[in-house]
Ligand binder design. Structure first.
Ligand SMILES: *Cc1c(COP(=O)(O)O)cnc(C)c1O
Length: 373
């Protein structure tokens, strides 16, 4: 049976050449030239002064939280509808995530709900741009200024996207990226923190490297981690970064073609294509089943899977996570939009190597499944 995977990376640029350079020169650890080059490249892409490479996008957020010295008793406002990587670092340092429901159409946090949740314990607002469309940042900038809060921007799904012409990754006090294989730029595993603040950049560098003292090695003023990226990962990242513009063009093409192919299909909510602050880059192509469809996303994905179409469910809200319930967090809290997205939403194949014909095939199978519910 013909299969269409939910995502596959494309590695046909300079990836092999740069990896060979690592092996030929014996530079395979963190102490190799591609790490610095990748940091500078990501900083340039996001118009930032500093890039700090780490081992994945999840620990990039840990690094940002530790750099900002968020700790016991502090509160960080963040979206409910996101990945665990955003909440875990806050909880791990003893701070409390304060959740905001999702907008039912953009799937981003409802920025209008933020101000009511600010207290004298609030230290930061974490924004997470979801699935290809950025958060509307102007209201967030205004609140951060009014209440003197840091902004942590998780731009893991936004390499190459802009908000009102400014690059995503330049919108936070500190911003983070992931380079997992389904992101616009991959390094296999990998992550990056970018910032303009010298002090924060230095704290990130120390945090990722066990807080080895710059003055005397093996002397530590604080506890850090080994979150270092290898030169091999950075070599792949550098090659990927070279074609980010092409990647965004291709991603938008995939999104627009799906929009066209699904134009007259009833029962589905499609992604928002445009707002007055950004055009979607379709990191993934999400679909939310209308209530008229009598099966949920899980069952729908199972049926599409049986037809050879790879799908992935939407995020499951932070307030519904068993681990947080066990810890007594978010008791009695409800985020109805996020709950609905978790149960009705999924995304269809959106990888860079999809052909137009693959997309037509996906939509044909999707219509077949729809016709039987
Ligand atoms: C992928 C992703 C992460 C985590 O990145 P990893 O590199 O897989 O650890 C964090 N936040 C968002 C929004 C993501 O999409």
């Amino acid at each position: 049976m013909r299969k269409v995977f939910v995502n596959e990376p494309v590695l046909n640029g300079n990836e092999k050449k740069y990896i060979n350079e690592c092996i030929e020169t014996n530079w395979i650890s963190f102490e190799g030239p591609f790490v610095k080059r990748f940091e500078e490249g990501m900083a340039a892409l996001t118009h930032r002064k500093y890039g700090v490479a780490v081992s994945n996008g999840s620990v990039a957020i840990d690094t940002a939280i530790i750099a900002l010295e968020i700790g016991e008793g502090d509160e960080v406002i963040m979206p409910d509808f996101t990945i665990m990587s955003c909440a875990a670092p806050i909880v791990r340092v003893g701070a409390k995530p304060i959740l905001i429901d999702a907008d039912p159409f953009t799937w981003n946090m409802k920025v209008d709900d933020i101000e009511a949740k600010i207290t004298n314990k609030t230290k930061a607002i974490m924004v997470v741009h979801i699935y290809g469309l950025p958060v509307d940042m102007d209201p967030v900038f205004a609140l951060a200024k009014k209440y003197n809060l840091a902004i942590i921007e998780d731009a893991a799904e936004m390499h190459g996207q802009t908000y009102k012409g400014r690059p995503c990754g330049s919108l936070g006090t500190i911003s983070t990226f992931s380079f997992y294989p389904n992101k616009h730029i991959t390094s296999g595993e990998g992550g990056m923190v970018v910032t303009d603040d010298e002090h924060l950049a230095e704290r990130c560098q120390l945090t990722r490297n066990l807080f080895f003292s710059p003055k005397k090695r093996y002397v530590h003023e604080e506890l850090g981690y080994n979150f270092r990226m290898t030169n091999l990962q950075a070599a792949i990242g550098c090659a990927q970064l070279e074609r980010i513009d092409e990647t965004i063009v291709k991603k938008r093409h995939i999104g627009h073609l799906y929009n066209e192919l699904l134009k007259d299909v009833e029962g589905l909510q499609k992604p928002v294509d445009k707002t007055d602050y950004a055009d979607n880059i379709y990191w993934v192509y999400g679909i939310v089943l209308n209530d008229s469809i009598k099966i949920d996303a899980e069952e729908f994905m199972k049926r599409l899977g049986a037809e050879g179409i790879g799908c992935r469910g939407f995020f499951w809200g932070m307030h519904e996570q068993p681990i947080f319930k066990k810890m007594g967090l978010f008791e009695g809290e409800q985020y109805p939009n996020s709950e609905r997205l978790a149960r009705r939403g999924f995304y269809i194949p959106s990888g860079l190597n999809l052909t137009d014909d693959d997309q037509k095939y996906v939509v044909k199978k999707l219509k077949k499944v729809l016709s039987k519910v």
